[in-house]
Design a protein around this ligand. Structure first.
Ligand SMILES: C[S@@+](CC[C@H](N)C(=O)[O-])C[C@H]1O[C@@H](n2cnc3c(N)ncnc32)[C@H](O)[C@@H]1O
Length: 366
């Protein structure tokens, strides 16, 4: 087995599936040059792994963190362009001239003063939505923004999980109770070192595209792909899991968002009832229907504890039939059920009890 490409892990994400999961289906159901699509792209595992395997790959996600990270991997700039831009940013940075440095208790305890100024300077300077070089730097900065800084010198913040940003008041209390202080880090040095590490194994020979958007508009957003997608490998938001807006609030702040978490930033990230959830998924499949080739294989990883297995199965089949407008579905592979072990990428809130199960569907519209 070959080692995982270092670009996969630029920034962690909830419910990210492992590259091997994507590889298995890409090799089984597509040829080089075929089109693979992920309408809930998250950190971009489907897109990047497909590109590594010489497939054309596209994705979209409603969360700016996901769009930034998956977009960066889908179309990386050159090492030379990145190092040039980091050197230019370092040159332009002046301790005195940084505007809008937050002065809340949280930011003062989370980052050393000199590190915070550098972070805010990057936040103010990077045009991550319009420049692919800046988007890649922003994606690397998102991955370094917070984490277990006592274990990693690449991490900008006081101690925090790398996967989620803890809430401000809780974090401040916890740091104070334990006497933890923010490390002094040079953000530009770390980013330049990241470039060398992340590109050590090269990049795919073709580039793809991952955009910010709502799955329900996918066909309109990717007109050039109409009828061309041979494989979808995707994982929709689970009914009973995390609120992306709240749990990634610090990364969202870095991309231009608010200084404090705002729950339910994304209307679709969590659905209160199973009825609303299945209505959303039906609309999601309608949103991608126009992109799919007639023989397109659809791989869906989905999970949660709020559904009895039979209800989950029925919900997926009914939403697909209604959303895609087909009479029946071909079950390409029998349903695979796996128990989620505790892992860093745990999709459930800490402390959630009960059996955590994920289901893998492999289907075709018939
Ligand atoms: C389970 S995660 C996908 C994780 C991904 N498979 C990975 O490996 O990183 C579900 C994703 O759906 C996105 N999402 C939720 N509602 C959406 C919508 N209406 N349109 C597009 N993406 C949406 C969330 O932002 C989240 O990134």
């Amino acid at each position: 087995m070959t080692a995982v490409h270092p670009l996969h892990s630029i920034c962690p994400y909830f419910a990210m599936f492992p590259p091997g999961f994507v590889e298995r289906y890409v090799l089984a159901f597509t040829e080089p040059g075929d089109v693979v699509f992920d309408p809930f792209s998250g950190r971009g595992t489907t897109v990047f792994e497909s590109l590594l395997l010489n497939r054309r790959a596209y994705g979209l996600d409603i969360n700016p963190v996901a769009a930034c990270v998956s977009g960066a991997k889908a179309d990386p700039p050159t090492v030379a362009a990145l190092l040039r831009r980091i050197a230019q940013l370092r040159e332009q940075f002046s301790d005195m001239g940084v505007a809008q440095v937050p002065n809340t208790e949280f930011f003062e305890a989370c980052f050393a003063p000199s590190t915070l100024k550098q972070i805010v300077f990057l936040r103010n300077s990077l045009n991550w939505t319009s420049s692919k070089v800046d988007r890649f730097i922003a994606a690397m900065a998102l991955g370094c923004l917070h984490g277990e800084s006592h274990k990693s010198l690449n991490c900008f913040s006081n101690r925090m999980p790398r996967t989620i940003s803890t809430k401000p008041d809780y974090s401040v209390r916890w740091w104070a109770a334990n006497g933890y202080e923010a490390p002094v880090r040079d953000v530009f040095d770390i980013l330049a070192a990241q470039v060398k590490f992340r590109f050590a194994r090269g990049v795919p020979s073709i580039s793809g595209e991952a955009r910010l958007g709502d799955v329900r508009n996918a066909t309109a957003m990717f007109r050039k792909l109409q009828g061309a997608v041979q494989l979808v490998v995707t994982s929709p938001p689970y009914l009973d899991t995390t609120d992306y807006g709240e749990d990634q609030w610090l990364r969202l702040w870095f991309l231009g968002g608010a200084e404090r978490p705002k729950g339910r930033i994304f209307a679709d990230a969590r659905h209160g009832t199973s009825q609303a959830y299945w209505a959303f998924l039906t609309a999601a499949w309608t949103g991608i229907a126009g992109l799919l080739a007639p023989n397109c294989t659809i791989v869906i990883r989905i999970g949660g504890m709020s559904f009895a297995p039979a209800d989950l199965e029925e919900g997926v089949y009914t939403s697909l039939r209604n959303g895609l407008g087909c009479n029946s579905l071909e079950i390409v592979q029998p349903l695979n059920v796996s128990e989620i072990r505790n892992r860093q990428t745990n999709v459930f809130r800490p402390g959630t009890k009960g059996k955590r199960v994920e289901y893998d569907f492999v289907l075709r519209a018939a």
